[in-house]
Design a protein around this ligand. Structure first.
Ligand code: SF4
Ligand code: SF4
Ligand code: FES
Length: 231
């Protein structure tokens, strides 16, 4: 039998069309230890605060839309276990549309401007291109990024410096590894603030899909030391 437990959640409320400042509203939920953060937020929405704005789609850690900060730590709300006390905020440093919903337009524009598809110097052969199996595996693994922005929200360098953030570095590194890509990915990474990374590894520790953006940054730096153009 799952033991009932009282969960206290302080949720950041903010409607930029009415409020001058964000504030926290306190809720109590009779839950159980199996509840995820998203379950708690949904319960509050359904029973106490029908005007609460939050976002999710898949509930299985695939869509990347449910990111929030819980007690200061960025997480996927649908995957993170609830705690007896939670202070829930939208992912920083993004613009807040309302309550827990951030504006992802800037993120999407940045992804589009970095051209995250192989830049070819000749047309696709219209048949499968041979790729060494270990490299194919590595590229496919990196493709598991769900663009949730948990790593960007965790990154201390993003807060302090002109740095796009780990998610973008990871994607650039993925493209740099692609045998058909002839884009200038190291240069793009440098323009995006590659050298501003502190190397703290927080992004890798918190990535919900077990990716290693900090390792991708280290690979770019190694490439910089050993000579441009090396992959
Ligand atoms: S690297 Fe991980 S934490 Fe960062 S956006 Fe991708 S899935 Fe999210
Ligand atoms: S390793 Fe670099 S990119 Fe990752 S969180 Fe730390 S400073 Fe940010
Ligand atoms: S709801 Fe899709 S990742 Fe959480």
């Amino acid at each position: 039998m799952v033991m009932a437990t009282l969960i206290t959640a302080e949720i950041q409320r903010f409607d930029p069309s009415h409020d001058s400042e964000p504030r926290f509203e306190r809720f109590e939920v009779q839950g159980d230890k199996n509840m995820r953060v998203l379950d708690v937020v949904r319960s509050i929405y359904e029973t106490q605060a029908p005007d609460l704005a939050y976002q999710f789609a898949c509930r299985i850690g695939r869509c990347g839309t449910c990111g929030v900060r819980v007690n200061g730590v960025p997480v996927l709300a649908c995957q993170e276990s609830s705690k007896p006390f939670m202070r829930i905020e939208p992912l920083s440093p993004f613009r807040v549309i309302r309550d827990l919903v951030i504006d992802r337009a800037e993120v999407e524009d940045r992804y589009a401007s970095l051209h995250f598809a192989p830049k070819r110097n000749k047309a696709h052969p219209r048949e499968a291109e041979p790729v060494e199996p270990a490299l194919a595996e590595e590229i496919c693994h990196m493709d598991r990024c769900i663009t949730c922005m948990v790593c960007v929200s965790a990154c201390p360098a993003v807060k302090q410096r002109a740095f796009d953030g780990p998610a973008f570095m990871l994607k650039l590194r993925q493209m740099a590894k692609h045998p058909a890509d002839h884009g200038h990915r190291l240069e793009q990474a440098l323009e995006g603030g590659l050298l501003e990374c502190f190397g703290c590894d927080l992004c890798t520790q918190l990535c919900p899909t077990d990716l290693d953006p900090a390792g991708a940054i280290r690979e770019f730096r190694r490439e910089l030391l050993l000579g441009r153009g090396r992959k």
